[in-house]
Design a protein. Structure first.
Length: 245
């Protein structure tokens, strides 16, 4: 269990360090990548997933509670057992270890991203812009429809990942990274595509705690959407994949 926990901590920390980092580079003033746009952000997050999956390979590289819960609902081996890595049954205690590692890692990665861009956080910028480095927010605030968007985006993520497991070509981290880029380009506009409760909650907590000049609110009123939406989407994807396969 410790092996799983630390693997998920490190993988999810890499995910949010690079993911929050690319947003900081694009939106914070006086950066080299300032105003480089949505395409840079989506590809940056895709490459963040690519790196995180490699780092967390020993635990099956969930780096996302929605993936963990989707695999649990599906009844699949949580660890993707191979000759080198033993299988792990989808049991509640194990699921909680995965989720704990993902939340801790997401928080730590966000803190490291803040440290890398600390001087730029000290610059004058809209509080919402500084929050956007850490967590998602809707383009048009409509909690119900924002929730639906997150459910759909996460369903696509988890369902397609489960389909990857049935391909003879053994698709790996690059395929998952490109899937995340595709989701960002196609479905990311309305909410910023959290599609991962830990990716949003851990950095949002970091935003609330860290000494960021002029940071404003952490928007806790919206925070349930990128938590519950991906959970529902992931579980529905796991159940649907079980019915299809």
């Amino acid at each position: 269990m410790l092996d799983i926990f630390f693997s998920e901590v490190m993988g999810t920390a890499m995910l949010t360090l690079l993911g929050c980092g690319v947003v900081a580079n694009v939106v914070l003033p006086r950066n080299k990548g300032f105003n480089s746009g949505w395409i840079v952000i989506t590809f940056g997050w895709g490459l963040a997933v690519f790196a995180g999956v490699f780092v967390a390979y020993r635990s099956g590289a969930h780096i996302n509670p929605a993936v963990t819960l989707g695999l649990w609902a599906n009844g699949a081996d949580l660890r993707g057992g191979t000759e080198e890595i033993a299988a792990v049954a989808a049991e509640l205690g194990t699921v909680l270890v995965y989720i704990a590692g993902e939340l801790v890692g997401a928080f730590l990665g966000a803190v490291l991203a803040w440290a890398a861009y600390r001087q730029h956080f000290q610059e004058e910028a809209d509080p919402g812009t500084k929050l956007a480095v850490f967590s998602t927010g809707p383009a048009i605030r409509s909690y119900g429809w924002n929730f639906v968007t997150e459910v759909i985006g996460t369903f696509v993520l988890v369902f397609v990942i489960l389909m990857f497991g049935n391909t003879p070509s053994e698709l790996g981290p690059l395929a998952v990274a490109l899937l995340v880029v595709g989701i960002g380009l196609s479905l990311g506009g309305p909410t910023g595509y959290a599609i991962n409760p830990a990716r949003d909650l851990g950095p949002r907590i970091a935003h609330a705690i860290l000494p960021i000049r002029g940071k404003g609110s952490s928007d806790w009123g919206y925070s349930w959407v990128p938590i519950l939406g991906p959970i529902v989407g992931g579980v529905l994807a796991g159940l649907s994949a079980a019915a299809v396969l």
